[in-house]
Design a protein around this ligand. Structure first.
Ligand code: HEC
Length: 138
């Protein structure tokens, strides 16, 4: 998994997705995410759905996921990676691996000169520049 996908997995665990999406072949309140239909299997469908499920799927019982855009992107990338075969192995990633991904993703920002860094930090949701939302995983 990439650091981005690992960040997505960290949110997947923290946001309680598995309570409603229990996993491959299992019935829950929500559908099996390893078999998301092709027309929903892309980030441009998923992120608006995470922000406001009933607006995308009328009558949806899924709650809105209140995270910054960059984290919703990461969450989508993780969900898109799920298959019936890899699900258990992916979800078994230990917490220290998830925390390592978190650190990795803010490193490029730290290496920039501080005047440039400040400007980037102000642009929340700008891809890898996410020191504030990342700390919510700790
Ligand atoms: C309270 C139960 C509940 C929780 C918690 C929940 N979901 Fe859902 N989810 C649903 C239901 C019900 C649907 C089907 C209706 C819809 O598509 O909105 C759904 C649909 C989805 C879909 C579309 C699947 C498809 O086959 O089209 C995705 C992707 C998804 N959820 C991901 C997540 C993720 C990721 C989380 C955690 C951040 C999460 N869900 C948390 C209930 C839940």
């Amino acid at each position: 998994m990439t650091p981005e996908e690992l960040t997505g997995l960290a949110h997947f665990k923290k946001e309680g997705c598995m309570a409603c999406h229990p996993g491959a072949g299992q019935t829950g309140i929500g559908p099996d995410l390893t078999r998301t239909p092709a027309n929903h299997r892309n980030i441009t469908w998923m992120v608006p759905h995470f922000k406001n499920p009933p607006q995308v799927v009328p009558g949806s019982a899924m709650p809105p996921i209140d995270l910054p855009n960059a984290d919703l992107n990461a969450l989508s990338l993780f969900v898109l990676k799920l298959t019936p075969k890899n699900e258990q192995a992916l979800e078994a990633a230990p917490d220290f691996v998830l925390q390592g991904a978190n650190r990795f993703s803010i490193e490029p920002l730290r290496r920039l000169p501080s005047d440039q860094r400040l400007g980037l930090e102000a642009r929340s949701g700008a891809g890898w520049c996410r020191s504030a939302p990342r700390s919510r995983l700790a």
